[in-house]
Design a protein around this ligand. Structure first.
Ligand SMILES: CC(C)(COP(=O)(O)OP(=O)(O)OC[C@H]1O[C@@H](n2cnc3c(N)ncnc32)[C@H](O)[C@@H]1OP(=O)(O)O)[C@@H](O)C(=O)NCCC(=O)NCCS
Length: 288
């Protein structure tokens, strides 16, 4: 390992210099701009593990805190993110070293670590297993009731405050399988995905994240609410000519029975015991 020229640093994501270097590394590798979180709010649970060459962060692995609802119980967990080694420093064991440190930290505090990846083979040696997710589809007849929805803009500070306030009161979308996180990943996913719209449904005290591709299909990505409304009521509030739903959440709290369950290879992995191996589940994709 080339660590002789490098310094290891821990938990630097909350200092201005550490945050700026982490943002630069993420932008250079993944072309994702995380600097809007300077205005929208960073996730204070992030714990960064990194190797530094002077002032330059050359390798990073971060954890963030999550609450997983699994089989009816809330349980603490970590998500793994921002896994990058700058090209010039690859092949020297920096990734393996940072994974070992991060997982030792996580193992001392929570039973599970989750991640999402396009390269699962990187993580199997660290005990991660593929987590089969499902897309739930089927007919949907909107409930009676007048439409009342307003599209939110994250450029508007009042709308951002509304999302944050509702997030602070939100319930899990499912008690069978769902994750509750800080709103930072939700904000970033919205900014990175022009096809995703956030709508406030004031009569339901809810915000929904939907993909607006076909007006007849309600493609539901997340529901932020203190009391999860039935899917038919959400459809009525949106007011579109909906006759079909495509749900990317575990739907047990939506008072709707999907006609079809299809595999969704979103690259989710989990390390630690998994009590739901035979159940059809999905985590909200409102994560970068
Ligand atoms: C993937 C990445 C972090 C690996 O960093 P690295 O420091 O070169 O990795 P290491 O030298 O610690 O290698 C550790 C092990 O992983 C293996 N490995 C490295 N890159 C791999 C890849 N793309 N696919 C499969 N295995 C890989 C190595 O062969 C090594 O195996 P060994 O322990 O048997 O020798 C780095 O290539 C990178 O930043 N890639 C681009 C960003 C990315 O893909 N991040 C993951 C997003 S989920």
């Amino acid at each position: 390992m080339a660590a002789a020229k490098l310094d290891f640093r821990f938990d630097f994501a909350h200092t201005p210099a550490g945050r700026a270097e982490l943002a630069r590394l993420i932008r250079d590798e993944f072309e994702i701009d995380v600097t809007p979180l300077d205005r929208l709010g960073h996730d204070p649970s992030v714990v960064a593990f990194g190797w530094w060459a002077g002032d330059e962060l050359v390798a990073n692995v971060s954890l963030y805190g999550r609450t997983l609802w699994l089989a009816g119980e809330p349980t603490p967990a970590f998500g793994l993110q921002s896994v990058v080694v700058r090209p010039a420093w690859r092949g020297h064991g920096l990734f393996r070293d940072l994974m070992t440190r991060a997982l030792a930290f996580a193992d001392a505090r929570a039973p599970r670590v989750t991640l999402s990846t396009e390269t699962p083979e990187l993580y199997r040696r660290f005990g991660f297993r593929d987590l089969a997710e499902t897309v739930f589809r089927g007919p949907l007849r909107p409930a009676a009731g007048a439409p009342n929805a307003r599209r939110l803009s994250l450029a508007d500070d009042a709308d951002v405050a509304l999302v944050r306030a509702l997030y602070a009161r939100r319930e899990p979308t499912s008690r069978l399988c769902a994750a509750c996180d800080h709103p930072a990943p939700f904000f970033l996913k919205t900014l990175e995905s022009p096809e995703i719209a956030l709508h406030h449904l004031p009569d339901l005290d809810a915000i929904v994240a939907i993909e607006e591709t076909t007006p007849e299909v309600l493609t539901l990505l997340d529901v932020v609410a203190a009391d999860i409304p039935p899917l038919a009521t959400i459809a009525a509030a949106l007011g579109a000519p909906i006759d079909e739903a495509e749900v990317h959440l575990t739907p047990d709290r939506l008072a709707w029975t999907p006609a079809r369950e299809e595999p969704d290879d979103a690259g989710a992995m989990v390390r630690g015991p998994w009590p739901l191996d035979r159940r059809a589940v999905a985590f909200s994709p409102m994560q970068v």
